[in-house]
Ligand binder design. Structure first.
Ligand SMILES: Nc1ncnc2c1ncn2[C@@H]1O[C@H](COP(=O)(O)OP(=O)(O)OP(=O)(O)O)[C@@H](O)[C@H]1O
Ligand SMILES: [Mg+2]
Length: 388
């Protein structure tokens, strides 16, 4: 156990959970603690602490209730003492998180991050000279499946970004815009670079990532359709893809990611016979996941001081059950629009000066209004596309 005193920590009222003080994950000293003491001229108060990314570095966030109860002055510096440090040994996930900042882009899917980086991609991440001595290959195939807007494409792109690899992206529906015969040719060419690299560099070849977005369009269950020229093209493309996957089986420099809304519409042959070895469900985020996503999109507001301290996060999280990541992002976007609209209406003119804009904050009411718009758009009016 370690004890330290930190001075000049600022207060920030943000959450209503009792007996918990929230701490920025970027605040090195405080974030290691699980219990801290706030010292004021009126007394010392102990709190459990929890790391949350909505808290700006160098500050701690307390509830309004505690602010009042302990006479804690908002935005006044106060002294904080770390009471206990959790020095538990780091797990694989902690170590991976320090290297790959997946959670700063994708919220709510820590388990997917662990599965992909701690399992599927382990042979690509671990020392190559060791992996070469084993019988394991680097080649991996994964299908991400789940409802629209849950972040499948985002996850695929983030994986590529974190590995610093420019992926080859194929959009399933787009491939059919090509004339008959051309789409098959396109699929054949997709694997060419990886094939050439493997030939030239062997096990030293860099990893090639191929993202098949909406793979169900390319690899449709063959019994699902039986009419016309389009079906013929689809069957050929499906067959071509299956053949190509078989042909690249010996390559160990490919990471193949497919995404789909409906895993059942994919031709079973793709999922069988060892062609695709991992399927990962990307479902709706739970309340902790929704909070993480909300944090991601409000972070710039917080860092630029334009998120008013009265925003009732708990209310938003509680009332957004069933939302996808895309819908939570939409709430934040609409709230910002609401703030700008409110400012124009209040001032009665469009030409807002930079001094005036500096005063504008996105407040609780902007979020409540945004939440009700998104609820109405996606959940009450099924005919609406939610584009408000
Ligand atoms: N878990 C999440 N974390 C952060 N942002 C998210 C998340 N899920 C969705 N989003 C936001 O919503 C946008 C749309 O998500 P994305 O396109 O990845 O969904 P999808 O699952 O691929 O949907 P579809 O099945 O329609 O292709 C993302 O670009 C991102 O801005
Ligand atoms: Mg997608």
């Amino acid at each position: 156990m370690e004890k330290r005193i930190v001075v000049n920590v600022k207060l920030n009222c943000n959450d209503v959970q009792p007996n918990i003080i929230f701490i920025s994950p970027e605040d090195d000293i405080l974030s290691k603690s699980n219990r801290i003491q706030v010292i004021t001229k009126h007394g010392s108060y102990d709190f459990n602490s929890k790391v949350k990314s909505f808290v700006p570095p160098g500050t701690i966030a307390v509830s309004y209730q505690h602010q009042k109860m302990y006479n804690l002055k908002l935005y006044h510096s106060c002294r904080v003492r770390v009471l206990a440090c959790v020095e538990s040994p780091k797990g694989l996930s902690d170590i991976l998180k320090t290297k790959f900042k997946f959670q700063s882009k994708v919220g709510g899917f820590d388990h997917i991050f662990e599965r992909i980086f701690g399992d599927v991609l382990l042979t690509c991440i671990y020392l190559a000279s060791f992996v070469t001595k084993t019988s394991l290959t680097k080649r991996k195939d994964t299908i991400l499946h789940g409802p629209p807007g849950t972040g499948k494409t985002l996850i695929a792109r983030t994986i590529c970004e974190l590995l610093n690899i420019e992926p080859t992206i194929v959009n399933g529906p787009e491939i059919f815009n090509h004339m008959f015969g051309e789409s098959e040719h396109k699929i054949r060419n997709l694997f060419e670079d990886a094939r050439r690299d493997q030939k030239l560099y062997g096990s030293d070849s860099t990893l090639h990532i191929i993202v098949f977005d909406e793979i169900d369009a390319i690899c449709k269950r063959r019994t699902d359709h039986s009419d016309g020229i389009r079906s013929h093209v689809e069957d050929n493309v499906t067959l071509q893809l299956l053949t190509e996957i078989d042909r690249i089986f010996h390559l160990d420099n490919i990471f193949f990611i497919g995404t789909t809304n409906n895993i059942n519409s994919i031709d079973p042959a793709l999922l069988q016979s060892g062609r695709i070895d991992t399927t990962v469900e990307v479902g709706l985020p739970d309340s902790e996941g929704r909070l993480q996503i909300f944090d991601i999109y409000t972070k710039p507001l917080l860092h630029n001081g334009i998120l008013e301290a009265d925003v009732g996060i708990d209310y938003i999280i509680h009332n957004s059950e069933g939302f996808t990541g895309a819908q939570i992002e939409h709430v934040v976007r609409l709230a910002i629009h609401n703030a700008m609209r409110r400012d124009i209406v209040d001032k009665g003119r469009i030409d807002i000066t930079s001094e005036e804009a500096d005063q504008l904050q996105v407040c609780n009411q902007d979020f409540i209004l945004a939440l009700s718009k998104v609820l109405k758009a996606y959940f009450s009016d099924k005919n609406s596309n939610g584009d408000q």
